[in-house]
Design a protein around this ligand. Structure first.
Ligand SMILES: [Zn+2]
Length: 412
């Protein structure tokens, strides 16, 4: 019978070179202590013992290795890898002495796999592989486990690996969710290695922890390779490493805070069906909500839209301070911030109020023209453009530092 089992990174490396060199980046270990005890080459799933506790759904073949330690004869690490019909590893199962049962599930986002044209190089194949890792407490009844056991999600990783045609790694982005409000980020770019050359180039990397607290993001423990002179640590920096939905969720708060609206109970919905088809997002003063459409923006950047909607929240704040408000949100702003004292600010707020009175209804035959020329929209559009400009400076720096990342992952 085959025992399905442990992995450890040295073993996983056998099947997955990407993870190997990646893990070794910061954790170079005495590799000589590990020995390969046995190995089962890839074979059809039917050859696997039926009693095995973890068979991946959708797998057609498997392989297995057992690793020991020279210095510790009682040490065993088994790893069984399951492959799908495309020969891709979809699950690794780990077992061993004095360790927890573990499984690691690989999900492939086929949409991201694509080819890119780059100068100097030919087609570059982009691979992105989010990895979900689950862990199970040590000592659990394995039979029960398969029937009613629950895998506790320990961590979740997203790996985006860029390779060229010959399989040489160009860059890797690794995001590990260490918990709800804590992420570890590692971005690397591998140098081209020239044959017969002394100069092998230098690995380029940045790494840091990304912490989230009440919609406020901060960076800590930043490390970088010496070949990166300086990283632009602007206010947008932590947001650049969020995925699309997280960006939609968190960026509006950055702009709301600029207007003192961080604690006004404005909710943000990253995917809402309440947004009309012709819009990417909207701000509702009545509902105190910024809502994003489920349709992903193509023409505008996320940061532009987030700033645009937050600007509307500011406009209604000012209308509230001018008039005591016509809904709860505006009225709360009146109570919290009081009347506007500055004369210029007051005149501006009057313009907001007038524009809100003539804000066109969707049913208006001239809706688009009236909408686009409405003062509220003009000001929000400007706020969006300004934010996008600010954002693009640091974005360009990161893209220049790590040029091989596919655009579709919405990173930076
Ligand atoms: Zn608008």
């Amino acid at each position: 019978m085959l025992k399905v089992s442990i992995i450890n990174k040295y073993v996983s490396a056998v099947k997955n070179k990407v993870h190997c060199s990646f893990n070794n980046l910061f954790e170079r270990s005495p590799k000589s202590d590990y020995v390969l005890l046995s190995k089962i080459e890839k074979q059809p799933l039917s050859k696997l013992d039926y009693d095995s506790w973890a068979i991946a759904v959708g797998s057609v073949s498997f392989s297995s290795v057992r690793v020991g330690k020279k210095t510790d004869p009682s040490f065993i690490r088994d790893i069984t890898t399951f492959y799908d019909m495309h020969n891709r590893p979809i699950q690794k199962c780990f077992w061993g002495t004095n360790t927890n049962y573990k499984q690691r599930i690989y999900e492939y986002n086929d949409a991201i796999t694509s080819t890119l044209e780059k100068t100097n190089t030919k087609n570059i194949i982009i691979n992105s592989c989010p990895i979900h890792q689950h862990k199970y407490p040590f000592g659990t009844n394995l039979k029960l486990l398969s029937l009613c056991g629950r895998w506790n999600k320990e961590s979740e990783q997203m790996l985006c690996v860029t390779q060229n045609n010959s399989g040489k790694k160009l860059s890797i982005l690794k995001l590990i969710n260490k918990g709800k409000d804590n992420k570890s980020v590692l971005v690397t770019e591998y140098p081209w290695i020239k044959k017969n050359s002394e100069n092998k180039g230098i690995l380029k990397f940045i790494s840091f922890n990304l912490k989230q607290n009440n919609h406020s993001l901060s960076v800590d423990n930043l490390k970088k390779s010496d070949n990166i002179e300086e990283i632009r640590m602007d206010q947008y920096f932590p947001y650049r490493f969020l995925n699309l939905n997280e960006k939609k969720q968190e960026l509006p708060y950055l702009f709301l805070r600029r207007y003192g609206l961080g604690n006004m109970c404005i909710t943000v919905d990253a995917n809402s069906h309440k947004v009309s088809n012709d819009a990417y997002a909207h701000f509702s003063s009545n509902d105190r909500a910024i809502r994003w459409s489920t349709i992903q923006p193509k023409k505008k950047s996320i940061v532009n839209i987030a700033a645009h909607e937050a600007e509307h929240a500011y406009q209604h704040k000012q209308i509230g301070r001018l008039t005591k408000g016509s809904d709860n949100y505006e009225n709360d702003c009146w109570h919290k911030f009081g009347p506007i004292k500055d004369e210029l600010e007051r005149r501006e707020a009057i313009k907001y109020l007038k524009a809100s009175k003539i804000y066109p209804l969707k049913s208006d035959p001239n809706y688009i023209r009236k909408h686009d020329s409405n003062y509220l929209e003009i000001k929000s559009t400007l706020a969006g453009i300004k934010a996008e400009k600010e954002y693009s400076i640091g974005q360009k720096q990161l893209k220049d530092l790590f040029p091989y990342f596919p655009n579709d992952i919405n990173m930076f």
